[in-house]
Design a protein around this ligand. Sequence first.
Ligand SMILES: [Fe+2]
Ligand SMILES: [Fe+2]
Length: 212
Amino acid sequence: MSKTYDVTEKLILGVDMFLKTIFNTQKARRPSPGVDLEEIELSEEDRRDIAGLMRVNHTGEVCAQALYDGQAFVAEKQEIRESLIKAAEEEQDHLAWCYERLDQLSAAPSVLNPFFYLSSFAVGALAGKFGDTLSLGFVEATEAQVVKHLEDHLDRIPEEDLKSRAILGQMVEDEAKHGDHAIEMGGQEFPEFVKKGMSLLSKIMTETTYRV
Ligand SMILES: [Fe+2]
Ligand SMILES: [Fe+2]
């Protein structure tokens, strides 16, 4: 296979992934953890708050998808590329579950998702350019950040909202596993100051997408 074809093929896959993520046509491989749990009657205030949090989580998953796709796009070793693609597939479950929950809460995903996808893809590709070790370290740092967010949200979502809580609970488990796996694959843990910078960026994301 020629190099040019390889790049073209990657570009086609990249565009396909972007469109599927933005238009929410990604299919979950596992059923939503909340599927068999009872739906409760929520006050309008709670419904809006939970919808805002689920919108943030959905965009977080759009970013995760794009980061993995960006990193896989430039990964040096085939083995690393495949592992990034596999992790991105697991994120598709999270995307689909959050989308479904937003719909159940009569809410829509963020209109800013195309912007967050493209900027995260660029950040992922940039991290990937620094080599596989740093790129995998970046995965660990990102996943640690996501786990922190999810735990904050679990503190805010009422105990009675079993459906949302089950989704976030499973996501915490999966994200922690992704982070550990990245370190096992040879990722280098990021210095604290880089993690601080990343948390600032994610603060911008969470504050905008809670509303729109
Ligand atoms: Fe995820
Ligand atoms: Fe993850």
